[in-house]
Design a protein around this ligand. Sequence first.
Ligand code: SF4
Ligand code: SF4
Ligand code: FES
Length: 322
Amino acid sequence: MAEEIIRNTAKGEVTMRLWRGDETGGEFAEYVMPAQEGEVVLDVIHRVQATEAPDLACRWNCKAGKCGSCSAEINGRPALMCMTRMDTLPPGEAVTVAPMRTFPILRDLVTDVSYNYEVAKRIPPFHPREKTDDEEEAGGYRMQQIDVERSQEFRKCIECYLCQDVCHVIRDHEENKTAFAGPRFFARSAELEMHPLDVNDRRELLQKEQGLGKCNITKCCTEVCPEHIKITDNAIIPLKERVVDASYDPVAWLGRKILKRRKSTPAEAEADAPSTGPAAVQPEGGVHGIPAPEHADDALVGAWATDAGPGGDAPAEDAPAE
Ligand code: SF4
Ligand code: SF4
Ligand code: FES
């Protein structure tokens, strides 16, 4: 119904508050656009570009929730612009769109997400075990379907980095970026660690260099994932358990000895990596001083906009070590 999409005024208009600026600073600019039925936020931004601000920078590709390019903070919540329907936002209020705060701003709604690529380089890649004689004869590996499915969920990731954006360990702590891989890469490590053929062992790396212990399981990353990957429950918690098993559990150690389920040592795994990559040093302006959005009072934003998780009192530095 036409009435349902009239968002701001009886005139059928919608007010967009869009961040305009670069690494030196900026401010929100308001654009009043006609409201149209069935639109997503990205549609309206394209209309702003077409009619009022042709120099507005905005990254997108597929407009189908699959390329992970159009990540932003809509009314203070990390979300894909192409998958956020205008009719799901509070009627009668301006729609605020800001760039992801965790990454350095390039211009307007576009951020520099290269931190993520540097982290990715430091994860030892997939390295399959040798084939058994039976498998050689059959010409391929044999795996149980249940083992394949365990890591399959993580392959849905579109690398939008919304989970990285929301994670308080790096969102408000630029200094943690050199020692914390972040939820997207815990999911990637889980995908590889749970793969039934992989023999690389990333557990020591996760514990000592990628800051797995800094995650205090607030689940904010899971809440914003557009692919509904259960990052915390299915990746991070099992990884924490595996790290504890590797470091402290004598029964698990004995079981591995008896079953001869050996993985590569961390040094061997590192040697297999294509590159250790440089430290994830950020340019100036990682937190680019954008004021809190008007809608920053919902429960999720309340959790990740501060140092504390939903539990309310566990800043990153105090997260329990494994
Ligand atoms: S559960 Fe919380 S602390 Fe852990 S990676 Fe996700 S957002 Fe970060
Ligand atoms: S895990 Fe989900 S939120 Fe994180 S980068 Fe992948 S798709 Fe995006
Ligand atoms: S444009 Fe591809 S995910 Fe939004």
